[in-house]
Design a protein around this ligand. Structure first.
Ligand code: NAD
Length: 257
């Protein structure tokens, strides 16, 4: 890492929303950026946009975070092309209302856990050896306000996002001695394609959740992807050198009131 604290960061879910905003902010702050996403078309667009901004280097690899072998290949390739890896931001995720446990099919349950929890584990597993080789680093997981409190019609999502908080703490314990600090952000409603899709969902579960929580933000409505990216930048930077295992709600007070 240079004297400003920037190095090389790998961002998953980098083709959209919070991941894209994080990759963009990191690049503006001098980080070399590796973009990973399963959406090849939007990944290509993100690569073109960031690449057009000039140095530092940007690289992209398409992979599904649930595919252990594909993740390993993509993470190794990105670390190789950037020359090193100092940090990882696990932002890839899927949402969507599945109904209560009776209505949630085993297939929806498995897929949600696979992407939102197992994917975070698989990317971390592939990345930690590169952070070790760099002499330490940072990992930031993106959980959710629904990792902290329940939600209507979303048992798999709530279980997965709660699991990400547990995984944050477990990894913080295991990797502190080698200088790898692991933290977690819990965004509240953030204006991204995922949130817009959930607002467009007319299911009973979606209506129940929106009635239950519509006016909960203390700061007047959804945040912007850049609001989460700014907190992630702090967690990657020199001012967060004494944080590990920390879980920060970036939710406009949503879980406070
Ligand atoms: P988004 O849909 O805009 O972006 C998610 C990105 O992840 C997409 O580019 C998608 O292609 C990618 N992705 C999905 N499944 C993948 C897979 N299997 N492998 C690789 N890439 C995959 O959504 P967002 O709102 O930016 O969400 C980012 C993260 O923030 C997610 O983990 C989400 O759960 C979390 N989050 C979002 C909100 C919100 O209100 N938007 C609130 C709390 C938490």
């Amino acid at each position: 890492r240079d004297e400003l604290g920037a190095g090389a960061v790998l961002v998953t879910g980098a083709a959209s929303g919070i991941g894209l905003a994080t990759a963009t902010r990191c690049h503006e702050q001098g980080w070399a950026v590796g973009l990973l996403d399963r959406d090849e078309e939007r990944l290509g667009a993100a690569l073109a946009t960031l690449g057009a901004a000039g140095a530092p280097p940007v690289a992209a690899e398409a992979a599904d975070v649930t595919d252990a072998a594909g993740v390993q290949v993509a993470v190794d390739a990105l670390a190789g092309r950037l020359g090193r890896l100092d940090a990882v931001v696990n932002a890839a995720g899927i949402g969507g209302y599945t109904g209560d446990v009776v209505a949630t099919t085993p297939e929806r349950w498995e897929r949600t856990i696979a992407v939102d929890l197992t994917g975070v584990y698989l990317v971390s597993r592939a990345a930690v050896p590169h952070l070790r080789a760099a002499g330490g680093g940072r990992i930031v997981h993106v959980s959710s306000q629904f990792g902290l409190v329940g939600a209507a019609g979303s048992p798999a999502y709530v279980a997965a996002k709660s699991g990400v908080i547990g995984l944050t703490r477990a990894m913080a314990v295991d990797h502190a001695a080698e200088g790898i600090l692991v933290t977690c952000v819990c965004p509240g409603p953030i204006d991204t394609p995922m949130l817009r899709a959930s607002h467009a969902d007319g299911s009973v579960a979606a209506r129940a959740e929106s009635e239950r929580t519509a006016h909960r933000s203390l700061l007047g409505g959804p945040g912007r992807p850049e609001d989460v990216a700014g907190t992630v930048l702090f967690l990657l930077g020199p001012d967060a050198a004494h944080l590990t295992g920390a879980v920060l709600a970036v939710d406009g007070g949503w879980t406070a009131g």
